[in-house]
Ligand binder design. Structure first.
Ligand code: SAM
Length: 267
């Protein structure tokens, strides 16, 4: 909130509305907020009075032009998924939800993970899984996916876990869980084209924020964070990097500890 430099009457877009925690806070500090949220289920659950557009921040500039007077004072991005989606999404976001369908679409539109695992050629599967999971077992995992799909159908989270377990028969549970988490995250990123959306969203933010306004970004893993850093380097004539730390008066939750906050001012 401090990074957004909020004061009464300033206008912000919360590009990852989620359950509206950040948006409500902006509002309570006197700011005016428009939310964007890709997941229709998240939008339906919200029962406050902030306006939310059900769409992707990849279309940030278009959504902003259609809904708000430009330029605005700041944009907030809080990438990834919310805990509610992970725990109650029923879309296979978490490897812990073994009976969930292998879906992972945040927008409920487009190709599911199950469809992707069946329709993608081995070379592209390897490229995606290696690039987005950075897991040492990537090659074995892809070999096993190809073997599994030749006579079985991917339907549930448990189908994918079986294939992953077979790729690392000698690993203990803790190591296996690290690979599960990396591969699930990788597939989610591919299915939702998350990195493409981030680049488009940040490009849009630069266009709609006024000089001196803020672009505040919270990333949860190194692949996202590297992309943000590269984007900032490539646009250093338009944005100035002012901060990259989170300070908190309370002890952080485990899931918060991997977060990185990056703050930019529009020049
Ligand atoms: C970490 S949560 C944000 C939580 C939120 N800051 C709050 O206070 O409740 C990330 C949210 O961004 C949404 N999201 C992910 N990709 C998106 C995209 N391309 N466009 C819009 N929303 C997106 C997810 O569905 C999720 O609800």
């Amino acid at each position: 909130m401090e990074a957004l430099n909020i004061s009464k009457g300033k206008v912000f877009i919360d590009a990852t509305f989620g359950q509206g925690g950040h948006s409500e806070e902006i509002k309570s500090l006197g700011g005016i907020v428009l939310g964007i949220e890709i997941d229709p289920d998240q939008v339906k659950k919200y029962n406050g009075n902030i306006t939310i557009i059900n769409g992707s921040f990849a279309d940030l500039e278009k959504i902003a032009k259609e809904n708000i007077t430009l330029p605005i004072d700041g944009v907030l991005f809080d990438f990834g998924l919310s805990m509610v989606q992970l725990k109650e999404g029923n879309r296979g976001f978490s490897y812990r939800s073994q009976d969930d369908p292998l879906d992972m679409r945040m927008s409920n539109r487009g190709q599911t993970v199950a469809e992707y695992l069946h329709s993608t050629d081995g070379e592209s599967l390897l490229e995606d899984i290696m690039k987005y999971s950075e897991d040492v077992y990537s090659q074995k995992i892809v070999d096993n996916i190809l073997r599994f799909r030749s006579s079985n159908k991917f339907e549930k989270v448990s189908d994918l876990l079986k294939v992953l377990d077979e790729a690392m028969p000698y690993s203990d549970l803790r190591d296996r869980q690290k690979t599960y988490a990396r591969v699930f995250q990788a597939l989610r990123m591919v299915i939702n084209n998350e990195l493409g959306a981030i680049t488009k969203g940040l490009t849009g933010a630069i266009k709609i924020v006024k000089s001196g306004g803020r672009i505040v970004i919270i990333t949860f893993h190194s692949i996202e964070d590297r992309l943000v850093k590269k984007f900032a380097r490539d646009h250093k004539a338009q944005i100035n990097y002012i901060r990259n730390s989170v300070s908190s008066s309370r002890k952080l939750f485990k899931f918060e500890r991997s977060a990185t906050l990056r703050v930019f001012t529009k020049l």
